[in-house]
Design a protein around this ligand. Structure first.
Ligand code: CTP
Ligand code: MG
Length: 204
C-alpha cells in the first residue's frame, strides 16, 4: 500500500507540473493562497485530533452519524488555526508587505470570508463523513474524491452563502479548476506525511 501511495504522490506531482505549465504559476499560487485557510484548518484538525465525538456516539440506523473521526477538539482547533492563519495572511502579507496575492477583502468583511473558509472546511469534512457512514464505510475507509474534496465543497458553500460577491469576483473559473486539481494532490501528500510521522492512522 505504501508503495502505491508513494507512486500516487509522484504521479500527482507530475500532474501538478503539467497544470502549472498549462495554467501558469500565477494561477497555481493564487489557488493555493486562497484555499490556505481551509487547508490549514483541515491539516490542524487531523494534527491535533480529539476525543469527544461531535455526534456523541449517536447511531443513524446501523451506523454512526459521523463517527469517532469527527471530534469537538479537532473542530475547534482546526477552525482556530485556519482562521488565525488567514488573518495573518491578510494583515501581514496582503495589507502590510503588499504581497501580490488576492486579498480576502477589506476589514471587517475579510473576517467573514475567513470564517467561511475555515468553518466551511470543517462543515464539508463532516458532511463527507456523514456520506461515508450512510454508504456503510467505517471511519478511515477511503472514499476517493469525497475524502480529498469534501472540505473544499463546504468552504465554497459557506462562501457562496455569506460572501458571494467576493467569491464570485475572486474564484475565477481557472482558479476553481486549479483548486480541484491541486487539492487532492496536496491532501494526499500531507496525509502521507501525517501517516509517516504517526499522526494519521491511514495514509489517505
Ligand atoms: N479530526 C478530528 N475532528 C474533526 C476532524 C478531524 O478530531 N472535526 C481528526 C481525527 O483524529 C481524524 C483525523 O483528524 O481521524 C483525520 O480526519 P479525516 O480523515 O477527515 O477522518 P477519518 O478518521 O478518516 O474519518 P472519516 O472516515 O469519517 O473521514
Ligand atoms: Mg479520512
Amino acid at each position: 500500500m505504501n508503495k502505491k501511495v508513494a507512486k500516487l504522490v509522484i504521479l500527482g506531482f507530475g500532474v501538478c507540473l503539467v497544470v502549472l505549465v498549462c495554467m501558469g504559476l500565477d494561477v497555481f499560487l493564487r489557488a493555493i493562497w486562497l484555499m490556505l485557510p481551509a487547508y490549514i484548518t483541515n491539516v490542524s484538525a487531523a494534527f491535533f485530533g480529539g476525543k469527544i465525538p461531535i455526534d456523541r456516539g449517536i447511531f443513524w440506523g446501523k451506523t454512526r452519524l459521523l463517527g469517532d473521526g469527527k471530534t469537538y477538539e479537532g473542530l475547534l482547533k482546526g477552525v482556530s488555526c485556519g482562521f488565525g492563519f488567514g488573518i495573518f495572511q491578510q494583515l501581514f502579507f496582503c495589507d502590510y508587505i503588499k504581497l501580490q496575492m488576492p486579498s480576502f477583502g477589506p476589514f471587517p468583511s475579510f473576517l467573514v470570508t475567513l470564517f467561511c473558509l475555515s468553518a466551511g472546511a470543517m462543515l464539508g469534512d463532516m458532511l463527507g463523513s456523514l456520506i461515508k457512514r450512510r454508504l456503510g464505510l467505517k471511519r478511515g475507509a477511503p472514499l476517493p474524491l469525497v475524502d480529498q474534496l469534501d472540505f473544499v465543497g463546504g468552504a465554497w458553500l459557506l462562501l457562496f452563502i455569506f460572501a458571494r460577491d467576493w467569491s464570485l469576483k475572486t474564484f475565477t473559473l481557472e482558479i476553481i479548476i486549479a483548486v480541484i486539481i491541486i487539492t487532492p494532490l496536496l491532501h494526499l501528500l500531507t496525509n502521507y506525511i501525517g501517516f509517516k510521522i504517526g499522526r494519521k492512522e491511514v495514509p489517505w
